[in-house]
Structures are given as C-alpha cells and as structure tokens.
Unconditional design. Sequence first.
Length: 112
Amino acid sequence: MTTPPTVLADLARVIHDRRDTDPSRSYTAQLLEGGVEKIAAKLLDEANELVEAAREAVGESGRAAVTHEAADLLYHTLVLLESRGVVLESLLAELVRRFGRSGLEEKASRGA
C-alpha cells in the first residue's frame, strides 16, 4: 500500500512502467506517446489551474481545490521527467542540495 512517505516514488515507478503500456488503455502512456510537447502543454494547463484555484480559494473547499490541482501538477511533472529520462532520485538529490540555502543565494549562484 502506498503511504505519504513513498507516494512520489511509487507514482514515479508506475509512470515508468506505463511507458510500455498500450496508450488506448493508459492516460500516462498517451501522454508519453505524445512526447514532450503534449506533456508540456498539459503541464502548463495544470499550472494555470493551480494558480486559478489558489486565487479563488475560500475555506475548506478552496483548500481542497488547491490540493487537487497541486496533485495534478505534480503528477504531470513526474510524467515530464519520465519523458526526459530524469529519475525522481535526481530531482530529490537536487532539492537536498538546495535545502537550507537561501533562495536568493541559490538564484545568484546560477547567474540568474
């Protein structure tokens, strides 16, 4: 059974496994078959939906809508990572590397 501490890793594994699934039987396989452009378009849609939900969030139903849209965004981000061969462990390692470092310091180190 998937638990909060393992759900991202479990989901990344399922997404990876769906790469070889018949696209007529799997939404994930359809996205992967469509390539980065299809996934990116969906990711942008989901990001916009999250922002809109956050703008409109009022009370418990608003928090639930934001949570739902954030989950959609994370899922589609994992699909995009899979499409480019980036494993979740690499993303997590990058977050660990940045953890405890000022966002301003991190941005300056990239010359941005």
